[in-house]
Design a protein. Structure first.
Length: 251
């Protein structure tokens, strides 16, 4: 690291658990953030400020005025622009030293596999089960840790699905892909703006810990937040021995 980087990341370096070695791991890392909306905005902004060397943003949507109540990576002037491109501008304003790739596209399974293969950690910041399951399948197949978050109305949840070691569950163990779950859109149900910030920031924190190899991740646990009463609930999540996605994956 040069003198400017040592100064920029000095508050990380002061932490015994991180130090120069941990910060260098972040600078050398690549994170894939799928979704540049309510969750992806704060998650990506914290990854950028923390110094993750290469962030890839994937989102095929454009900025809408209704997004600005909670999607803090975007501005009024960017309404109508690609969300991925808009978020890229924000991240590079926060930290011009990192590389940010903005992909304005809807990724299929083959493209997901390509992008996940290049990443050290994947953050699922999407809002529909089909995409979440596609991301999960790619992460399990390629052995990449997945940080998953979701928010609707006053409720949020966050967890980590890490296939790299041990009998850890995958996303499909918790929400089986062969079961029907109703996608609930914030455009019809609403969402309390600060909650996406809370959950998105937690996704960033879990991703940073995974990249540096510090602390204990949320793998095997699901954190649920009742934002109306500001109460957290933690539940254990076990691996499904019959899961069609990860059951045959070697530990």
């Amino acid at each position: 690291m040069n003198d400017t980087q040592l100064l920029r990341y000095s508050r990380h370096i002061l932490l015994d658990e991180i130090g120069i070695e941990g910060q260098q791991k972040l600078l050398a890392a690549q994170a894939l953030v799928i979704g540049a909306g309510g969750l992806g905005s704060p998650a990506a902004m914290y990854l950028a400020s923390a110094g993750v060397g290469h962030i890839t943003l994937v989102d095929n949507d454009t900025v809408d005025l209704t997004n600005l109540q909670r999607q803090i990576a975007h501005t009024t002037e960017r309404v109508g622009q690609s969300k991925a491109a808009s978020a890229r501008i924000t991240l590079q304003q926060i930290n011009p030293d990192i590389a940010v790739t903005a992909l304005n596209e809807r990724v299929d399974d083959a493209r997901l596999a390509e992008l996940v293969a290049q990443a050290d950690v994947v953050l699922d910041c999407t809002d529909n089960f089909a995409t979440r399951h596609a991301v999960n399948r790619a992460c399990v197949a390629l052995g990449k840790p997945l940080v998953s978050g979701a928010v609707i109305r006053f409720d949020g949840q966050v967890s980590v699905f890490d296939p790299r070691g041990g009998a850890q569950p995958c996303y499909s163990c918790l929400f089986p892909q062969d079961q029907q779950f109703e996608d609930v859109a914030c455009s019809t149900m609403g969402v309390f703006a600060p909650l996406v910030g809370v959950v998105g920031a937690m996704q960033a924190a879990e991703a940073l810990k995974l990249l540096m190899g510090v602390g204990a991740s949320l793998a095997g646990r699901l954190l649920m937040l009742d934002g109306l009463h500001m109460e957290w609930t933690s539940i254990a999540v076990g691996r499904n021995g019959d899961c069609p996605v990860c059951a045959t994956k070697k530990n």
